[in-house]
Write a protein that binds this ligand. Structure first.
Ligand SMILES: NC(=O)c1ccc[n+]([C@@H]2O[C@H](COP(=O)([O-])OP(=O)(O)OC[C@H]3O[C@@H](n4cnc5c(N)ncnc54)[C@H](O)[C@@H]3O)[C@@H](O)[C@H]2O)c1
Length: 682
């Protein structure tokens, strides 16, 4: 099986004896020999290494216990996913599950007690190793403890789905197994994991190992007795129903893994260890071969690798330093952008707008958000005063004279944007980058007529700026390498992921979302009932249904983008008369506060004599996406289909189990039907 994992970085299991007051403990240290950016993982060779170490300690006489710990910052980060994605038969998939179980379960079945000293990040199989032990200590400094499998198309199938519910109760366990992974893959910090009951005791990171050993000795000699709650009498049914309800709300059944994990956890109370582990093996075998898992590994790889090294980037050395930032506009986006620059770059940020009132409102927003961060303890009082002092406002752009980066976020109108760039250019130095946050206008057109059009670059954030990790960095026809390199370096400092896109109408995310929503609103225009259209895409498990998304974006903005795209591509982008009517009637929301549709909106969306079924609506929306993506690739809007997927994952929150979107269009056969061939990124 090891040949299936040709690139496995083997995690060694070093054994040494440590003397304690209770006698010698055999301490196994997991270490793959790399720094903490390459965490310990488990492929077949690593599992066999651990097995060898367990053979060695099992044969040892005179030890009073076995303990297992990790390397600096990392306990272990679970299965080797890239290898797992290469599994091509059920037999091998089953064997991988079984090998993990056979090795890990020994930690719970030795003749001496076992301890996990969880010193660092423990994810997936890493946490499962610890769950097999008799006792666990945990460091208070750990930033990441999780069972993220269900977000990746798998289940915690090396014992986790059985052991965790029995240890911490079904409600807490399902939070870790279902809720957290499906909530943007939330992780627990050390203290939270301890609170949930995952560990028996918590120590500070500084002397974690010494404290853990001393504590273990006291457990062994009976000075300390570990009390654990019995969860057999918990309300398992209600915890399981809650988890199902939660998964349905997120996925509508779109991906199998969370449901399999819920089934396994639900049965933990009534199964023996052998029965439970066999059921986990079966679940893993089914899921490892699923399209959802393959797509998830692909998505995980994009987010962890490609997102850090944008395709088509010029040499990094060309980037110029940014020591002061100017922002034109102080509205919704500008103020959020100002806050982000101050927090991440720690340089002066000057917001400008048309009048004192708007400037004051924008700067007030930023200062208010800084105060909120301080009140929540997210930043110190000192940091809050430093940040507050960095952000100021003015109606004059004179303060831009010594800025290296000026970004505009004024109204979405080409003439207004050209005008503010010309005004800024009269003040700024020739090297200062001029960036635009436009959602759909031409960056090249905006640069026309400037003295230095080569400094203009698109820098498209997504709302809310603090939450969505994507920036589409747009290279206009005149943009030079130094400006592009500076934009990418700034993006990195802002801790955003940049994708380089060509200057094409609405770039990637808005173009695809508009095409997708456009097909759905056209179906409503033709007479498809609102409810049918709104839930047609439920089988994809998107973060929200289309009209709720429309409400979040704002119907007026959505209409504006649709009009821009209609002007560019009239055959493919319709402007919905019903959407226009909503905007003209001043409707900013579709749903009322109780999440039922506003009756006036419902009346405006009704009418039409060519209704479609939900299946027809979904098919049409997906065919539209496939066509649009093929055209975008032909137009070189991005370097490769991978960049389309990265944009949809990071900018629109499209799920891993779709792989962004192109793996899903391939797997459903829609890409081949519409474009003649699959996108075949995987
Ligand atoms: N709202 C979003 O979700 C979103 C997302 C991404 C990008 N964008 C883009 O960001 C830009 C701003 O959008 P917004 O939603 O923040 O709009 P907004 O209306 O909240 O803010 C625009 C601000 O620009 C100011 N302004 C207008 N003309 C000006 C001038 N000549 N000089 C100085 N200030 C001027 C206005 O007074 C206003 O305060 C647009 O290009 C939009 O397409 C918006």
């Amino acid at each position: 099986m090891t040949e299936l994992f040709p690139d496995e970085v083997v995690t060694k299991a070093h054994v040494r004896d440590v003397d304690t007051s209770a006698g010698p403990i055999a301490l196994i240290t997991l270490d793959n020999g790399r720094d903490h950016t390459r965490p310990n993982t488990f492929g077949p060779a690593s599992l066999l290494e651990l097995n060898k170490a367990l053979d060695e300690v099992a044969a040892r006489t005179g030890i009073v216990a076995v303990a297992i710990t990790g390397k600096q910052f990392i306990f272990a980060a679970g299965a080797d996913l890239s290898g797992a994605a290469l599994v091509d038969s059920r037999e091998t998939a089953l064997a991988i599950g079984k090998l993990g179980h056979d090795v890990f379960r020994r930690l719970g079945e030795l003749t001496v007690p076992t301890f996990a000293f969880v010193n660092g990040a423990a994810l997936g199989g890493g946490l499962e190793v610890a769950l097999h032990c008799t006792y666990r200590t945990i460091s208070s400094g750990i930033p990441a403890i999780a069972l993220p499998e269900t977000a990746l198309g798998l289940v915690p199938g090396w014992g986790g789905a059985y052991l965790l519910p029995r240890l911490v109760g079904p409600a807490n366990a399902l939070k870790v197994i279902i809720e957290n992974p499906l909530s943007q893959n939330k992780m627990l910090r050390g203290p939270q994991a301890f609170e949930l009951g995952i560990a028996d005791v918590m120590f500070e990171p500084a002397d974690f190992l010494e404290e853990s050993l001393a504590w273990a000795a006291k457990v062994l000699d009976g000075t300390i007795s570990v009390e654990r709650a019995d969860h057999t009498g918990d309300d398992w049914d209600s915890a399981v129903n809650m988890a199902r309800f939660f998964a349905d709300g997120k996925l509508h059944g779109a991906a199998p893994a969370p449901y399999r994990a819920i089934e396994l956890a639900a049965a933990a109370n009534r199964r023996t260890r052998d029965e439970a582990f066999a059921a986990e093996d079966e679940a893993l075998a089914d899921l490892l071969l699923s399209g959802e898992f393959q797509a998830s590994v692909y998505a995980f790889d994009l987010v962890s690798k490609r997102a850090r090294k944008p395709a088509g980037a010029p040499p990094k050395e060309l980037a110029r330093p940014v020591t002061k930032v100017g922002i034109i506009g102080a509205g919704l986006m500008a103020a959020q952008i100002g806050l982000l620059f101050a927090r991440r770059l720690h340089v002066p940020v000057l917001l400008t707008d048309l009048d004192e009132g708007r400037v004051k409102a924008g700067v007030g927003y930023v200062h208010g958000e800084i105060a909120k961060l301080a009140a929540k303890g997210r930043i110190s009082a000192d940091e809050a005063s430093r940040l507050t002092a960095l952000v100021s406002g003015s109606v004059s752009k004179d303060g831009f004279a010594d800025a290296d980066w000026v970004i505009e976020a004024v109204f979405e109108n080409l003439d207004v944007k050209r005008k503010v760039f010309a005004e800024a250019e009269a003040i700024i130095s020739p090297e200062c980058v001029l960036a635009t946050n436009t959602s759909s206008l031409s960056v090249s057109a905006m640069a026309e007529g400037l003295q230095h059009p080569e400094r203009v670059v698109g820098f498209h954030f997504f709302n809310p700026v603090a939450v969505l990790p994507l920036v589409e960095v747009v290279r206009g026809t005149a943009t030079d390498d130094a400006s592009l390199a500076t934009a990418l370096a700034v993006g990195k400092q802002l801790k955003k992921n940049c994708v380089i896109v060509k200057d094409a109408p609405a770039f990637v995310v808005n173009r695809l979302l508009t095409r997708f929503l456009g097909e759905i609103t056209t179906a409503v225009d033709e007479g498809t009932p609102f409810d049918v259209a709104e839930h047609a895409a439920d089988p994809m498990g998107l973060p929200m249904p289309p009209f709720l998304l429309l409400q979040l974006v704002g119907p007026a903005i959505a209409l504006h983008v649709a009009e821009t795209l209609h002007a560019a591509f009239p055959d493919r982008f319709a402007v919905s008369p019903k959407l226009r009517a909503l905007v003209e009637a001043g409707k900013a929301t579709v749903y009322g506060p109780d999440f039922s549709i506003d009756p006036e909106v419902a009346a405006m969306l009704a009418g039409g004599d060519k209704p479609s079924t939900a299946e027809q609506v979904l098919q049409r929306a997906l065919e539209g996406l496939a066509e649009e993506i093929r055209l975008m690739l032909d137009e070189d809007v991005v370097a490769a289909p991978e960049d389309i997927d990265l944009c949809m994952i990071l900018g629109a929150g499209w799920p891993f189990h779709l792989g962004g979107i192109t793996p899903y269009l391939d797997r459903t056969g829609i890409a081949a039907k519409i474009t003649g061939a699959p996108f075949a990124v995987r």
